[in-house]
Design a protein around this ligand. Sequence first.
Ligand code: 6PG
Length: 476
Amino acid sequence: GTAQIGVTGLAVMGRNLARNFARHGYTVAVHNRSYAKTRSLIEENGDEGAFVPSESMADFVASLERPRKVVIMVKAGGPTDAVISELVPLLDEGDIVIDAGNAHFPDTRRREAELKAHGLHFVGTGVSGGEEGALLGPSIMPGGSRDSYEVLGPILEDISAKVDGTPCCTYVGPDGAGHFVKMVHNGIEYADMQLIAEAYDLLKQGLGASAAEIGDIFRTWNEGDLESFLIEITADVLSHVDAETGQAFVDIVLDQAEQKGTGRWTVQNALDLGVPITGIAEATFARALSGSVPQRTAAVGVLPAETTPFEVADRDAFIEDVRLALYASKVVAYSQGFDQIAAASAEFGWDIDRGAMARIWRGGCIIRARFLNRITEAYEREAELPLLLADEYFAGAVGNGVAAWRRVVSQAALAGVPTPAFSSSLAYYDGVRAERLPASLIQAQRDFFGAHTYRRTDKHGTFHTEWSGDRAEHDA
Ligand code: 6PG
């Protein structure tokens, strides 16, 4: 075979990835379960580079030079396993199978172990940036063996987004590390989107502003610290007018947020690892609440729907408060997400470089933002930084906004505007910086009713109190 890389699964993401490889001068073998998609790729985009189409999986594999590099871009779960089972008997030792879909990282760990037993490399890789990113340069988060990265890495770096000439692709870590990092990326994406939605709601309720006016506010914000893809598209979405009704587009969209599951996985894993990712969790639950139709219906006419009008004395000052609160809450969400990466890295022995993850998220992906440079710099200052919020830059930035943050969260509470992500992020900030937490009382209660023991502030060891008798403290 002569093709340098192959792509099987030519729905829009796979097709665009294949085109991206071809546009970078690679000879690309292409295959799809039904040939129609392959044919349409060749007919419509065949002039963009060198494609080698195949109808059968066997021909597809035979068209690849060795070690073969096969990118699978099909639905996560069963369909991915089905393609892997078809591929494996056709491959030879040292070949590399790349799963570029949004797989759940435990599946990637399992598949990597299975393929290793066959002498094959399995690379679970995150790919972010949607359809356009896949074509023009995504952010790529490959896991798997270091050996496979030696061969595959340069090709992936080539087709990835670039920021200041640096590729938005780097080796993440063994087995499931790449898909894990992509999962947390999506969790952070949920938090970012929820925070933006809450800011929009506050501006709408507080100022009585139209969607288009709020779009202009976001456009201004995009010129400062908040500059990011999501803020930019928010401005565009808010300015968009529905062609059919002439109304603001955002006002005619049903207010029930859906999800394909990566946010839920992020929260499930955080519970397993015991990492408080409250911003991401609240964002995920806020989507669930929006979709809780029976509950929302039951509330109609029973619980008051109206909000208490805001007292916004100074329009510009309020807008600036919301901006500062958004930024501070965003820092909390990222700080929590990076904690989760650190915890999983320790749990699974992945040795993930968090600064490098922030670097490859600067371009190509959905959460791309200027702000990610600051995160890379923070981990350059201290690679094992235990709390991003405690980095000198972020501590200062959040400190500057904290009074505004408190005003916004308290105004929202008084008015009855739900701000789960703003509020929980502020509560996290206050919790993590507290000198003493009421967890001491929780421990005492646990010892009282279940003899679960406690530790003391004044001496080492584990203790239990005889609560019913003479209340003697003794070593447990
Ligand atoms: C990306 C996106 C992409 C997809 C999400 C949407 O990084 O390119 O995250 O993976 O748009 O899966 O997720 P939900 O459908 O769960 O909102």
